[in-house]
Design a protein. Structure first.
Length: 202
């Protein structure tokens, strides 16, 4: 007959308590080890990819088609040369005007506020503002809508890149232009077109 195997009982709770005491003693004596280098293996890298290379917003189909049809942009050197030639030509023209009218001072530099005012005034003129008394206003309601939409695009594209005064001017011009459009379009829709003439019987 085979011998009966002997079993040895080990109290692992006691061993675990001693290991924890040893770990606490070592942690108080030596600094914590530096984090280990990431090991090779499967990792979830979705967040890292978004941080390093943020996804660009998807372009509309019409915008992508337009980009394909456009010629390549000018080089930095070409743009610099053209800007210098433009500035020189504008200065010659300004000198010529000032020579013919010495009392006229130098024109103020063109700024962002001039662009906003230009679009605002264009929209108001298209809606009949500035018509002389006694004359019938000429209204281009669809042209006014396009100009106001351009002003809205400008406000959207420059958001976060304007001073407080520029942003206040932009929002005020856009608000007033849209209010004028609403008033004019409501007046035009209230005035229903005349009914067609009755059909004559043959």
């Amino acid at each position: 007959m085979s011998e009966t195997p002997k079993f040895e009982v080990i109290d692992r709770r006691k061993m675990k308590a001693e290991e924890e005491k040893e770990e606490r003693r070592e942690s108080t004596q030596t600094p914590a080890p530096a984090p280990a280098e990431p090991t090779a293996g499967p990792r979830l890298v979705v967040n890292e990819t978004r941080q390093e290379t943020p996804e660009e917003p998807a372009q509309p189909e019409a915008e992508r088609g337009m980009a394909d049809e456009l010629p390549p942009p000018p080089t930095a050197e070409e743009s610099h040369e053209q800007k210098a030639a433009y500035d020189a030509s504008a200065q010659r023209l300004e000198d010529l005007v000032r020579a013919q009218n010495p009392a006229a001072g130098a024109p103020p530099p063109v700024g962002f506020e001039h662009l906003v005012q230009q679009l605002y005034l264009t929209a108001m003129l298209q809606m009949g503002a500035g018509t002389q008394e006694g004359q019938r206003p000429r209204v281009d309601i669809m042209g006014a809508r396009a100009t106001i939409d351009l002003l809205g695009i400008l406000a959207e594209k420059t958001k976060g890149n304007l001073t407080s005064a520029e942003d206040r001017m932009m929002q005020s011009a856009l608000f007033e232009a849209r209010m004028a459009f609403l008033e004019l379009s409501s007046m035009m829709t209230v005035q229903a077109p005349p009914p067609p003439p009755p059909a004559t019987k043959k």
